[in-house]
Design a binder for this molecule. Sequence first.
Ligand SMILES: C[S@@+](CC[C@H](N)C(=O)[O-])C[C@H]1O[C@@H](n2cnc3c(N)ncnc32)[C@H](O)[C@@H]1O
Length: 147
Amino acid sequence: MEFVLHPIGIIHSPFTEKEQTPIQASRSQAIGLVELYPEFAEGLKDIEDLSHIHLLYIFHESSGYKLHVKPFLDDREHGIFATRYPYRPNPIGISTVRLVSRQGNALIIEGVDVLDGTPLLDIKPYVPDFDLRTDVRTGWYETRSKE
Ligand SMILES: C[S@@+](CC[C@H](N)C(=O)[O-])C[C@H]1O[C@@H](n2cnc3c(N)ncnc32)[C@H](O)[C@@H]1O
């Protein structure tokens, strides 16, 4: 099977170098701007009532993938699917960010952890009843070697 995905917009951020980009949205206070292409703007109806949204996007500056990787927070190797490492067979990223405001087809967001110009695939609401789990095990992250 093959799927052709087209971006619905672009994520603008202050980051032009991977090394300078925060490693997770929860560790970032950087402000970014989601520019939704005008043909999708109607789909933003009621989004301004949300405090947090999930952004799904393509790691467009990642080429190729590895099945074993050392994630940013550990010196040990783990399977790619046990990590958030950007070099993935399908280079899809997800960031949960705070929605600061909406200005037409633009969303101001806080907590951006992607490169400027990252192609946006989708936006979904963050809903604790759907998304928040409290009884969790996080595997290698609990014994990670870095902060
Ligand atoms: C560890 S990933 C986590 C991203 C997302 N929160 C996730 O969990 O899918 C974040 C890192 O990916 C890299 N990165 C960010 N945007 C990228 C892009 N558009 N293309 C390639 N690499 C990117 C940067 O090195 C950044 O620090």
